[in-house]
Design a protein around this ligand. Sequence first.
Ligand code: 4F9
Length: 249
Amino acid sequence: MKVYILTLFPEMFRPVLESSILKRARERGLIAVTLVNIRDFAHDAHKTVDDYPYGGGPGMVMKPEPVYEAVEWVEKDLGRKPYVILLTPQGQKFTGAVARRLACLRDMTLVAGHYEGFDERIRYLADAEMSIGDYVLTGGELPAMVVLDAVSRFIPGVLGDEESAMEDSFSDGLLEGPQYTRPPEYRGMRVPDVLLTGDHRAVERWRRKASLRRTLERRPDLLKEACLTYEDRRLLEEVMKERQKETQE
Ligand code: 4F9
């Protein structure tokens, strides 16, 4: 996938692009990232990219011209219309399901704004607006990194066989259950016996049930949307009975 990132702070992205999985994905040619400095498209000698809001008020607003021209530069470089995503708190909620869909795109252009906001006309450039959560940040850079990271993990080959994105929390709409590694007992905390047995079917059943239990306890809202098999529903019944017993004790 070809990714363009339009920002006033390209240096913020370098450490992220040069670390671990994203670095490996770029080296393998699975993702190509181009950082585009919006300031390079400013018109005046002062490289102005923001201005006072019409009608008054606090803060500065990003001017439309540099962002429009930066997107036009991307279109030329790419040789076709890019898919443009604006990172804003007013956008569609970015979820794992959205990330998985975006991973099918040939290209993705992330526009990170700064200052108090964008000139409204910048929104007309975007195919989508995305929010990573209900909070305001100092800019769209961190959200752009979040989107890039989450989308990358769904691009085939980015994760090794050992680290499939399909096994993670949310991939089937449930949270992951607890995981353990050695030692079998640490400071009195024991690894559940079933995991030490080597009985793969019993382990799988235990994992599924633990995942259902954790989702019920922490995110019952997810259970309504999750796609559960007949066996899942039976395991969930068991969990609910166990929890009832636990509260009676
Ligand atoms: C963007 C916050 C997406 C959350 C952009 C300030 C933002 C944001 N999700 N905050 N600029």
